[in-house]
Design a protein around this ligand. Structure first.
Ligand SMILES: [Zn+2]
Length: 249
């Protein structure tokens, strides 16, 4: 499914220990993400956060904290729209907007936040220059992090990461993104977002399905909170006790 996208990762690290890859979608938000970072820190487990641009605008300091702790950030679009019912140009503009935030571009404009200065951002405030009235959309690029970047998410040598909201892609969107991004999907959904699934059952199902090399999806979102807070500490404890280590996708 979707050639060129990634559904699993290396089953073992350099030391031969079996590996799992934790990913968190939809943050960063103050209600959940700092708690997630504390849980990961307790196990020295690195993880990848697929961030929504709207949340990056509001909480860049949480994204910076995640980076400082050794985690990785990926692009989850600006407004979390589905590729299935969003015009292609609009969808790709949302990817580019989020990419600009992750790159920490000097000038960027964010729909709905025009004229509002991003907290902690040292560059020019959004909307301060008439020259940049229509900065977006622009094609995603592999531009390396800027020295003054508020959220310098990618080392120069890494291709940026992208994960589509709802896991939904179309062929034209995938074709447009593939040259510029590693499109990272998953092999194991914890279903922490599923309010009809008891967290205890989500845990049992997840543990039973886990194989080395799995890319797990959790959500640092309000909706998933109850299940996330049940699952994450137990998953970390369980996997660590069984000799798994955690890798970055
Ligand atoms: Zn999502």
């Amino acid at each position: 499914m979707f050639p060129g996208s990634e559904w699993r990762a290396a089953p073992a690290g350099p030391t031969g220990r079996p590996r799992l890859y934790l990913t968190f979608d939809d943050g960063p938000i103050p209600e959940e993400t700092p708690w997630v970072l504390a849980q990961l820190a307790a196990y020295q487990a690195p993880a990848t956060f697929f961030c929504v641009g709207d949340n990056l605008v509001r909480h860049p300091e949480i994204a910076r904290a995640a980076l400082a702790a050794g985690h990785r950030l990926g692009n989850h679009t600006q407004h979390h729209r589905s590729a299935w019912n969003t015009p292609r140009a609009t969808y790709l503009a949302g990817v580019a907007e989020c990419a600009a935030l992750l790159r920490g571009e000097e000038d960027f404009r964010v729909g709905g936040y025009e004229g509002r200065k991003v907290e902690g951002y040292e560059g020019k405030g959004v909307g301060e220059s008439d020259e940049n009235k229509v900065l977006l959309p622009h094609p995603p690029t592999l531009t390396p992090s800027y020295p003054h970047s508020p959220i310098p998410s990618y080392p120069h040598t890494l291709k940026p990461l992208f994960r589509p909201p709802y896991g939904r892609l179309t062929w034209p969107v995938l074709r447009a993104l593939r040259p510029h991004y590693r499109v990272v999907m998953w092999s194991l959904l914890t279903r922490d977002y599923d309010l009809s699934l008891a967290p205890e059952r989500a845990l049992r199902l997840t543990l039973a399905a886990t194989r080395p090399g799995d890319i797990l999806v959790l959500h640092d979102s309000r909706k998933a909170s109850r299940s996330l807070r049940f699952l994450l500490p137990r998953l970390l404890a369980h996997y660590s006790a069984r000799g798994f280590e955690f890798g970055l996708v």
